[in-house]
Ligand binder design. Structure first.
Ligand SMILES: CC(C)(COP(=O)(O)OP(=O)(O)OC[C@H]1O[C@@H](n2cnc3c(N)ncnc32)[C@H](O)[C@@H]1OP(=O)(O)O)[C@@H](O)C(=O)NCCC(=O)NCCS
Length: 201
């Protein structure tokens, strides 16, 4: 079954991760390709993300998707809020009738070690310790989902997003977002190796 993970988050919000095993033709039969995506693998990821929107809510109106200057896709009338992510052979989407949402999936890779200083701030002193790669990826993933939830671009990951605490028991991260003065609760799951974070607020 290509549905790798699926969850009804609350009454109006649903999330799914799809393991991509189909050829492009499968998705092109279901999803209109609005933007030109030249790289075949990226195109397949892009199409799968779009496919998931109607998979989660069958009346999702593809033809009304607009792309903001920040490159965030959205619906003008906000009939649905949605967020999409892809990594390797996986695509994920979260869709809500009422709440703003952000999602990110990542495969741990050395890349996050290299950019660590760009996304972890001085205030996050509790993170100044050796961090295992999967945990560091989780922290990056968490900040990416806040960025996508916010949707307006112009976020300084070090200064604007402050990771306060990880609760590994219930798989949540407390985050303070300076741009909106919101205390947010990120949800996460480590599928090992795939990491998932999402935010609904
Ligand atoms: C845009 C961005 C969030 C994409 O993340 P990514 O991990 O490269 O890719 P993902 O697969 O997770 O997400 C891509 C999807 O995000 C969505 N997206 C693109 N721009 C977005 C934005 N500004 N806001 C919300 N969602 C956005 C799109 O749906 C896109 O997929 P699609 O084009 O197929 O529809 C990321 O590249 C980015 O710009 N991050 C902020 C960078 C930054 O400020 N870093 C500073 C610290 S180093």
């Amino acid at each position: 079954v290509p549905v790798f993970f699926q969850q009804q988050i609350n009454e109006t919000t649903r999330l799914a991760i799809w393991k991509i095993e189909e050829p492009e033709s499968f998705f092109l039969g279901n999803v209109p390709l609005q933007t030109e995506v030249t790289h075949p693998k990226k195109r397949l990821q892009h199409l799968t993300g779009r496919f998931l929107l109607q998979f989660l809510f069958p009346d999702f109106p593809y033809e009304l998707i607009r792309i903001a200057d920040t490159r965030k896709p959205f619906l003008e009338d906000e009939q649905y809020h949605f967020s999409i992510s892809h990594a390797g052979d996986y695509a994920a989407a979260i869709v809500s009738r009422e709440q703003r949402v952000g999602i990110d999936i990542e495969m741990p890779s050395e890349k996050v070690e290299r950019i660590r200083h760009k996304f972890l701030g001085e205030g996050e002193a509790w993170l100044l310790r050796p961090i295992p790669l999967n945990e560091l990826t989780l922290l990056w993933c968490a900040k990416e989902s806040v960025f996508k939830w916010y949707g307006k671009g112009q976020v300084d990951f070090r200064k604007d997003i402050y990771l306060k605490k990880i609760h590994s028991g219930n798989e949540t991260i407390d985050v303070f977002f300076h741009k909106t003065n919101d205390l947010l609760e990120i949800r996460y799951h480590d599928f090992n190796p795939l990491i998932l974070t999402w935010l609904v607020s």
